[in-house]
Write a protein that binds this ligand. Structure first.
Ligand code: S3P
Length: 419
């Protein structure tokens, strides 16, 4: 059945985390609207409250009371980071210079994800950190005075880059972070808008310590591009579809997926672009399209890392071969997303080959549908739910609740577009 109509997406998850964290260092009260309603952002809110930040919900907005330069107090219990890598890693950077002792914990998935990528550079700045097996949660952090660091990331990661920049806000001297490829730049944009002394020069960012609190900033969070990507995919592969997604964040550090889709032959128009608090926002119109396979250029991979499972689904419907390489980071997301997508697509009859750092797919294939192993990963669950729209049998997920991590109500909204 064709998809028709229009929807507004939940607020961007990455920007939502940052809006809460940075406004905690603010000089007054900030009003944040269209915050992402998922469990991960709620986790950041809870963690900040546990560290002494006042956050209040009024009507549909959240009000964060900025605590100035030293806003955090000693938490009375461990910081439960649930499923959220962004909460854990950015909070480690944010708290590392504050004189408190914290224990970071997480669910089973998060407890298997590497945390040393963040705390090794923080240790080089002087932070006192210990971790299970030297790299996993639980992580114990004792904040103390930090000195600045000049750090070259071994791989592109917005989380690691952001953690170091946040620690740099309270370090002695100028901190520099160099990335081997571009990754999302929401931390840099927001810090600049809130008055931090930050300089961005391509893949090189420097930050000076704060001498006064950040300016508390009212924010309307743009629609989540990564949430939009599921609807974009559905609109492209379900025959005769024509849908509009309103007020989607189209920050160029997030939209390589659109560029790749255009090269594959997708019919997508971007209209009404405007600037909301330094972030580009636009309406997207998607019409079903005949797609052709693509070898994804390596320089796009970090930019579209969260959209790669969807690219696998699109590739099963595209004519010819699609190849994704250089994406080994997918193996340490909420699940091993290379294994998860290859296993599920192969079970549905796709011609897909697993690579150490990606996958290749030969299309097009009529997908069989049926059983899905989600690995409790929201993006795998949502990708396969979209796949179920064009498969011979509907998708049957072993865990539908994991979708609440980023987009509660996702399935209802998808069904609502069925004409
Ligand atoms: C995020 C960065 C990405 C992404 C994650 C959110 C962020 O991770 O996969 O979902 O908000 O900074 P890395 O950039 O660390 O790969």
């Amino acid at each position: 059945m064709a998809l028709k109509g229009e929807i507004k997406l939940p607020g961007d998850k990455s920007i939502s985390h940052r809006a809460l964290m940075l406004n905690a260092l603010g000089d007054g009260q900030s009003r944040i609207s269209n915050l992402n309603p998922g469990a991960d952002v709620q986790t950041t809110r809870d963690v900040l409250v546990t560290c002494g930040i006042q956050i209040e919900q009024k009507h549909k907005a959240l009000y964060v009371q900025g605590g100035g330069l030293r806003p955090f107090s000693q938490p009375e219990h461990a910081l439960d980071c649930g499923n959220s890598g962004t909460t854990t890693r950015l909070m480690m950077g944010l708290l590392a210079a504050h004189p408190i002792h914290v224990r970071f914990e997480g669910d089973q998935s998060l407890s298997n994800r590497p945390m040393d990528r963040v705390f090794r550079p923080l240790q080089q700045m002087g932070a006192n950190v210990s971790a299970r097996d030297g790299r996993l949660l639980p992580v114990m952090l004792s904040g103390r005075d930090l000195w600045a660091l000049d750090y070259t990331l071994p791989f592109a990661s917005a989380q690691v880059k952001s953690a170091i920049l946040l620690a740099g806000l309270h370090a002695k001297g100028e901190t520099a972070v160099h990335s081997p490829a571009y990754s999302r730049d929401h931390t840099e944009q927001m810090l600049k808008a809130m008055g931090a002394d930050i300089t961005v020069n391509g893949r090189h960012v420097t930050i000076k310590p704060l001498t006064r609190p950040l300016h508390s900033s009212d924010m309307e969070i743009p629609g989540d591009f990564s949430a939009a990507a599921f609807f974009i995919t559905a609109g492209l592969i379900v025959p005769d579809s024509d849908i509009i997604l309103r007020k989607v964040g189209v920050n160029p550090s997030r939209t390589a997926f659109l560029t790749v889709l255009e090269k594959m032959g997708a019919d997508i128009t971007v209209a009404n672009q405007l600037d909301v608090n330094g972030e580009a926002v636009a309406d997207l119109r998607i019409r079903s399209s005949a797609l052709k396979g693509i070898v994804v250029p390596l320089e796009y991979i970090a930019n579209m890392i969260d959209e790669l499972p969807l690219l696998a689904l699109l590739a099963t419907q595209a004519e010819g071969e699609t190849e994704v390489r250089g994406a080994e980071e997918l193996r340490v997301k909420e699940s091993d997303r290379i294994k998860a997508i290859v296993e599920n697509m192969a079970n549905w009859g796709a011609t897909i080959f697993e690579r150490e750092d990606g996958f290749s797919i030969e299309g097009p294939t009529q997908l069989e549908g049926g059983k899905v192993t989600t690995f409790a990963d929201h993006r795998i669950a949502m990708t396969m739910s979209v796949g179920g729209l064009i498969a011979s049998k509907p998708a049957v997920l072993d865990d539908a609740r994991c979708m609440d991590i980023s987009h509660p109500g996702f399935l209802d909204e998808l069904r609502g577009l069925s004409a």
